[in-house]
Ligand binder design. Structure first.
Ligand SMILES: [Zn+2]
Length: 192
């Protein structure tokens, strides 16, 4: 009886003499591609993912990583550490000492970073931007400038400003080095 059942099941299986290989069942080409899987998920869930982080090959990797982590809210700010139940000396921003230190505060709401952005935007000859979120700053290059090359250069400067602000914040916390707008801007200029 069991033999008959097994033979029945095997009758639906076709075999070939070639070497075994993996095939992605739901992808037309049979080759696994992240883009195809992403498309399948979007079709199945009808949810379009949020815009992804844009890398810029004109800036060093270590510079781009700071903005990337800010974009993902993965920088170890005071609020991020508290969320992970890690002790922090103070939940407040060490630069202004008036607001909770979050990624959005540090890069958009902190008076010192607002001043830095103002100087950076003036240097790049684009209108000042009152950003509320990190993503506002990271998307600004799309509308601030029309020329493709200049757009990329400006985006590189924005990423460098993220790096400069984060470095200034770390220098203050770990080396007690005061955050001075002019100095932060000079560092951004040199790195840019
Ligand atoms: Zn602050």
């Amino acid at each position: 009886m069991e033999d008959a059942e097994m033979l029945l099941l095997l009758s639906a299986v076709s075999t070939t003499y070639g070497a075994d290989s993996w095939t992605a069942k739901f992808i037309g080409s049979g080759c696994f591609e992240v883009s195809s899987v992403k498309k399948l998920i979007i079709e199945a869930t009808c949810v379009i993912p949020e815009a992804s982080y844009e890398w810029c090959n004109w800036v060093p990797r270590k510079v781009g990583i700071v903005a990337w982590r800010a974009f993902l809210d993965r920088l170890l700010t005071a609020d991020a550490l508290s969320r992970r139940n890690i002790y922090v000396e103070t939940p407040y921003c060490r630069i202004c000492d008036t607001n909770m230190e979050s990624v959005d505060h540090l890069f958009t709401g902190c008076p010192v970073s607002m001043e830095v952005w103002q100087v950076v935007f003036a240097w790049c000859r684009v209108p000042n931007l009152f950003a509320f979120h990190v993503r506002d700053l990271l998307n600004y290059y799309k509308t601030a400038i029309t020329n493709v090359q200049a757009k990329k250069a400006f985006y590189g400067v924005v990423l460098t400003a993220f790096w400069g602000l984060w470095k200034a914040r770390n220098d203050l916390i770990h080396n007690e080095k005061a955050v001075v707008v002019r100095n932060v801007f000079e560092e951004i200029k040199i790195m840019s």
